[in-house]
Design a protein around this ligand. Sequence first.
Ligand code: ZN
Length: 210
Amino acid sequence: MSTLHHLPSEGQIAKQIRQIFFPLGIHCPKCRRRYDYKIQGRYFCKKCRLKFSKKRCTPFAHSKLSEKQLWFLLSAWLAQLSPQDTRGITGLSYPTIHRWFVRFSKLLPDFSPVLGGTVEVDEAFIGKKKYDNQTVVLGAIARDSGQITVRAVLSREQGDSGRLILDHVRPASLICTDANPNYDHLPEFFGYGHEVCNHGMGPLWTDQPG
Ligand SMILES: [Zn+2]
């Protein structure tokens, strides 16, 4: 189970927040030019005569959540915690966590393709668990386009597979997986169609009978 143990330090989080939200420095939210100077912890744009906080330039700007909840939410996202673990830490509902995770996933630069239509998802294991060096690699392939995306994850747990799907598969696509119960939450939590395929019966590309 993923835990708070995996969370980066406060300094690392601050660094990641800067990298994610302000890769080119802080800019005026109105005119988008670089701020001119800082007054009492707030930034000032001379052109717009606008004073603004750093929070206003992030997706947290109009959130009613507490700073602590937002901090943990982003930390959980960065540490790739599952929705279940994130709920345990933040006390937020699944729909709220889902909404924020989708926002974060849109903000993060990602060069992997987003797949749609019927998408096969499966995992591969590299290394040996008994030597504690096993890496789980989740892969997804779109049946129609043949586009592929892969990601190494912390574990085979529900949240890790869900994250790959959420990030790389369009909403309302049909996901085909093996009978692993970790995928059972897909329709309920993410709103995807879900079909259980028996990969042992043949190649991934074969349409299921009936
Ligand atoms: Zn401005």
